[in-house]
Design a protein around this ligand. Structure first.
Ligand SMILES: [Zn+2]
Length: 155
């Protein structure tokens, strides 16, 4: 098996824990939702689909920081209960091999390329985007809803 040239960067545990505390304190922009479908609620911390009847927190996350032309905040889910941060960082998460778009950014946070993972292996698309020396990092998002899924960096 070929060694991957990337590493997956799941949501930081501190951000997931802060969201859990905010939801527990009833902060209005942190909604607690009971999952009702097996493929609708991706947890950005463990990088798995939350299962029906599990609870998730819905809140806004700045995937691209403020003050930039491509600044972007949007809704993401994390499990409401503590979960283990995705650890197989040299492997693309199995649950999200379909239905993602991969966006390449340069070191100024400008989007410089993007490609839908559509019938191809996500690893091949990542490799292609990272071949460009200008690519500083890649973001995976939902191709349908546009929500941020995870960051991918060079190894
Ligand atoms: Zn989780």
């Amino acid at each position: 098996m070929k060694t991957s040239n990337f590493r997956i960067v799941p949501l930081a545990t501190e951000i997931a824990e802060a969201a859990r505390r905010a939801a527990a304190n009833g902060v209005p922009d942190h909604a607690v939702i009971t999952v009702d479908s097996p493929r609708g609620y991706p947890c950005r911390h463990c990088l798995r689909w939350a299962r029906p009847s599990e609870r998730v927190i819905l809140f806004s996350f700045a995937a691209i920081p403020p003050g930039r032309p491509y600044s972007e905040s949007g809704p993401i889910f994390v499990h409401a209960e503590p979960c283990e941060r995705y650890a197989a960082t040299h492997e693309f998460p199995h649950d999200f091999r379909q239905g993602r778009v991969l966006r390449a950014y340069n070191s100024s946070y400008d989007m410089i390329d993007a490609e839908v993972v559509n019938g191809s292996e996500p690893e091949a698309v990542i490799e292609k985007l990272l071949e460009n020396p200008e690519t500083a990092f890649v973001h995976a998002r939902s191709v349908t809803r546009g929500c941020y899924t995870m960051e991918i960096e060079r190894r």
